[in-house]
Every structure is written in C-alpha cells, then in structure tokens.
Design a binder for this molecule. Structure first.
Ligand SMILES: [Zn+2]
Length: 218
C-alpha cells in the first residue's frame, strides 16, 4: 500500500523506528519494545520502550496524515478558495519535521562526541536555521560535509538521499514564501502529496545517518 493511501491506522505506527540502548543501532524491529528482546546487531537484551525519534515526530506524522485525508474545503468566501487548500498545512508540518529530525540527529551526535547538553544547546542557539546547522554543526558530527555525506546513501526508502535533501529544501522555500509572504500559490499543487510520499525516505535517511555517524561500532 502506498503511504498516501494509509488512513485507517496511524502513520506513526507504520513508520516507527527503534534503537538499541547498548549499541545505539536504529532499525524497524518493533520487538525492541519488549524487555529481554535481543538486539539483532549486538545481542544485548532490550530494557523495553525504545522509540528512536522524539515524541514530536509521531505527532507531526499523524498530523500530516490527518490533514492529507481531511474532506475538501467548502466554506464560502474563505481566502482558501480551492477545495484542497487545507493540504497546504502539510508542507508546514513537513518542514517542521525536517527541522526536528535534524536537531535530534545533531544532539545525539554531539552527545556521542562527549559534548555536554548545555554546550550543545548553546551551539543550537547560535545556529537557528537548517542551512547554518548543516554547514556548521553537521560536519562536527559526521566528519564530512552534508553534500558529501548524502552520497553514502544512494537508496533510502526507494530514492536517493540527495533527492530527499533537494526536496526538503524545495519544501522549506515554499513554506517560507507561504508563511512569511502570505503567498499560498508558492506551494505547488502536487507538493502536499510529495511531502507525504517523502516521509518514508526522510525517516530512513535520518536513521541511516544515525547508524553511520552515531551508533557504536561493534
Ligand atoms: Zn545493539
């Protein structure tokens, strides 16, 4: 079933990722939630409850899903005008999701490097925007720049990491023009659907980044 066709059960369940508290590997093994379940990589028994992503991620996933499947907009006289205009919010949620995923990766990566949480928060305050965080903070975690790192993932969730990154940038530009300029035509008609379709590769990319740069070597 295509991700955009799923509306009878929550996307947050369908797209869950789980980690091992011992070796820090992230994968789709939902049984990591059961106490005693052995890690498929290092063999350590699970202590239970290991959702990898912070709680704002499943919230945003289910909000995106909900808004995508809402009935068409029909209020007479609304500035929304077009019947599917409610889906514009999906681009806003999607761009927020990208920001959450990046910050979560950068925090985990810097913690693994031994930085204190106060020092990490200070660095995040100094770099408020995605582009600046990718330029300043990502290389400190990965040891290589963002564009070079993406080339290590030619297949994530059915596409390439570079394609995912390019789409995220397109969505952010459209989101900014929509929110800051009030230009709802800045969001292409197909973009809300494209956001939904990019959810699996986006999550797969950040899991892959974690496994390459943050998980312990075993
Ligand atoms: Zn493990």
């Amino acid at each position: 079933m295509k991700v955009e066709e799923i509306d009878s059960f929550p996307l947050s369940n369908v797209l869950g990722y789980y980690d091992c508290a011992a070796c820090r590997i992230v994968d789709r093994d939902i049984d990591r939630g059961f106490v005693g379940h052995p890690c498929g990589r290092c063999g350590a028994p699970s202590t239970g409850g290991h959702d990898y992503f912070p709680f704002s991620v499943p919230v945003l996933l289910d909000l995106i899903q909900h808004h995508y499947h809402l009935p068409e907009h029909q209020q007479t006289g609304s500035v929304l005008v077009t019947p599917d205009a409610h889906r514009l919010t999906i681009v806003v949620f999607f761009s927020s999701l990208v920001e959450v995923l990046l910050q979560h990766f950068l925090v985990a990566g810097q913690l693994a490097k031994g930085l204190s949480i106060d020092a990490i928060h200070e660095k995040l305050r100094e770099t408020q925007y995605v582009a600046l965080r990718l330029k300043e903070l990502f290389p400190k975690v990965a040891g290589e720049d963002w564009k070079h790192a993406l080339k290590a993932f030619p297949k994530v969730g059915g596409t390439s990491a570079t394609e995912v990154a390019v789409f995220c940038r397109r969505a952010a530009v459209a989101r900014n023009r929509f929110l800051h300029d009030g230009n709802k035509w800045a969001i292409p008609a197909a973009m809300p659907l494209e956001c939904v379709q990019h959810l699996p590769p986006l999550l797969a990319l950040f899991a892959a980044l974690h496994n390459r740069y943050v998980a312990k070597k075993v």
